[in-house]
Design a protein around this ligand. Structure first.
Ligand SMILES: NC(=O)c1ccc[n+]([C@@H]2O[C@H](COP(=O)([O-])OP(=O)(O)OC[C@H]3O[C@@H](n4cnc5c(N)ncnc54)[C@H](OP(=O)(O)O)[C@@H]3O)[C@@H](O)[C@H]2O)c1
Length: 366
C-alpha cells in the first residue's frame, strides 16, 4: 500500500533532509520499495504545493529549495487539512510536522487526530511537551496514528521503550539522561580545560546552538524532553513539574542581545574552571542531566548540572552524544540507550521509521 505524506516545514533543515532522503533512497518507487512513500504535499510557513497523484521529484526538490513556482500561498494550517481531505484514493496519508510551531500546530495535530483518519509524525516536540496532559493522551493514544519518537534523542528508542514499559506494566523506578548535544559539547570542552565563554561563543559561531544561546543554557529544551519521556511512561506531568536549574544564573538569561550575552559569560569563566577542577579531583565529571525519580509515586523531576562518577554511565559519554538510563522492575541495573541527540540525516531516517510504523499493513521484503 502506498503511504502519502504531507510534509509541513519542507523548506527547513530537517524537512529538506527528509525529502532528499526519500528521493535518494528510492522510498518513492514502488518497483523498488515494498512500503513506498508518495510525497503528496509540501508546505513552508507561507506556501504549499500539492498533487493528488503525488509530486514529481523535481517539484519536491524545487519546493524545498524555496522555488515557489507552482506553489500557492496559504494563511492558515486548516487550509492544509482541507487540501489533504480532497484525497480520493484509498492510500493512507500521514502529515509530517518538521516545524517548531507551538499553539497553532498543537491545534492542528488535535484536529487531524480528532477529526480525520490521517496520521501524524512529528519531530516538533511542542505539541507533546507543552500541551496539557489530556491533549498528549488524545494525540498519542493510537501509535498507528501518531509517531513522536523524533521529539527526543533524534528518534532513538527512548520514546517507544518507555511506552512499551508502561504497556507491559513494568514499573518504572527512574530515568536519568543527557538529552542535549549543546550541553554535552560544553561539558566535554570544559574538561579539556577551555574557558566557558569561549566554548559557548565557538558553539554559537558554528551554529550548534539555538539562534540565541540563552535558549539552550536555560535548560528549557531539556525539560521539554523529560516531560515527553515522563508522559510516554504514563505520568501526568507538565513543564511546571520540572525543577529547572539553568546552566547560568537567571539574570544572565534576561539579556536579549546575543553579543552582550556572550560577552557577559566571561564573568562565569573562573567559576566553571573551579567546578571542573573540583569535580576532576574527586574522580567526577560535570554533566547537564535530567532525572526523574518515581520511587514515591509522585515523580520528582529535575534538570541541572550535576557531578557524576567519571566512569559511570553518564560520565562516559562525550561530545554531542545523548544517553538515557532507565531503571525498571525488569531492568534493575538500568537499560541504556546511547545515540546522537541531533543530526539532520539521522532525524530524517527516524521520521521515516515512524512513518513505517503508521502503516496499517506494513510489509517486509525478502
Ligand atoms: N535539527 C535536528 O537535528 C533536530 C532533531 C530532532 C528534532 N528536531 C526538530 O525538528 C523541527 C525542525 O527543525 P529544523 O532545524 O529543520 O527547523 P528550521 O530549519 O527552522 O525549519 C522550520 C520549518 O518550519 C517552517 N515553518 C515555520 N513556521 C511555520 C508555520 N507557522 N507554519 C508552517 N510551517 C512553518 C519553516 O518554513 P519557512 O521556510 O517558510 O520559514 C521551515 O520549513 C524542530 O521542531 C526541531 O526541534 C530537529
Amino acid at each position: 500500500m502506498i503511504q502519502d505524506v504531507f510534509i509541513i516545514g519542507a523548506t527547513g533543515r530537517v524537512g529538506a533532509a527528509l525529502i532528499n532522503q526519500i528521493i535518494k533512497k528510492g522510498d518513492i518507487d514502488n518497483n523498488f520499495h515494498v512500503n513506498p512513500t508518495r510525497i503528496m504535499g509540501l508546505a513552508s510557513s507561507t506556501h504549499v504545493v500539492y498533487a493528488q497523484k503525488g509530486l514529481s521529484e523535481q517539484q519536491a526538490l524545487d519546493f524545498t529549495n524555496k522555488h515557489h513556482d507552482g506553489a500557492k500561498a496559504y494563511y492558515d494550517l486548516n487550509e492544509l487539512f482541507e487540501l489533504a481531505n480532497r484525497k480520493s484514493d484509498e492510500s493512507s496519508l500521514a502529515f509530517v510536522d518538521v516545524t517548531s510551531v507551538n499553539e497553532a500546530m498543537t491545534e492542528f495535530h488535535k484536529k487531524v487526530i480528532g477529526s480525520s483518519a490521517h496520521g501524524i509524525v512529528t519531530a516538533n516536540k511542542n505539541p507533546v511537551a507543552l500541551s496539557d496532559y489530556e491533549t498528549f493522551q488524545l494525540l498519542t493514544r493510537n501509535p498507528r496514528r501518531y509517531g513522536y519518537r523524533c521529539s527526543v534523542m533524534a528518534g532513538a528508542e527512548a520514546v517507544p521503550f518507555l511506552r512499551d514499559l508502561r504497556d507491559l506494566n513494568d514499573s518504572l523506578k527512574s530515568i536519568q539522561g543527557c538529552f542535549s548535544g549543546t550541553f554535552g559539547y560544553i561539558t566535554s570542552e570544559l574538561e579539556k580545560g577551555r574557558e566557558f565563554s569561549a566554548i559557548v561563543m565557538g558553539a554559537y559561531s558554528k551554529g550548534y546552538t539555538e539562534p540565541h544561546p540563552k535558549d539552550d543554557l536555560s535548560g528549557i529544551d531539556v525539560a521539554r524532553k523529560i516531560v515527553v519521556l515522563a508522559r510516554s511512561a504514563g505520568y501526568n506531568v507538565g513543564m511546571n513539574d520540572v525543577a529547572i536549574k539553568p546552566l547560568v544564573p537567571n539574570n544572565y538569561l534576561e539579556e536579549g542581545n546575543v553579543k552582550i550575552f556572550l560577552d557577559k559569560l566571561k564573568e562565569l569563566d573562573a567559576e566553571f574552571k573551579g567546578r571542573v577542577a573540583q569535580a576532576m579531583k574527586n574522580g567526577l565529571a560535570l554533566r547537564y542531566a535530567a532525572t526523574m525519580d518515581v520511587s514515591n509515586k509522585k515523580p520528582v523531576i529535575e534538570v541541572a548540572l550535576r557531578e557524576v562518577p567519571k566512569q559511570g554511565q553518564l560520565g562516559r559519554i562525550y561530545g554531542t552524544m545523548n544517553k538515557i538510563i532507565i531503571i525498571s522492575e525488569s531492568y534493575p541495573n538500568g537499560y541504556c540507550i546511547e545515540a546522537p541527540g541531533a543530526g539532520l540525516e539521522v532525524t530524517a531516517r527516524n521520521i521515516r521509521r515512524d512513518l513505517l510504523d503508521l502503516l496499517p499493513e506494513r510489509k517486509i521484503s525478502f
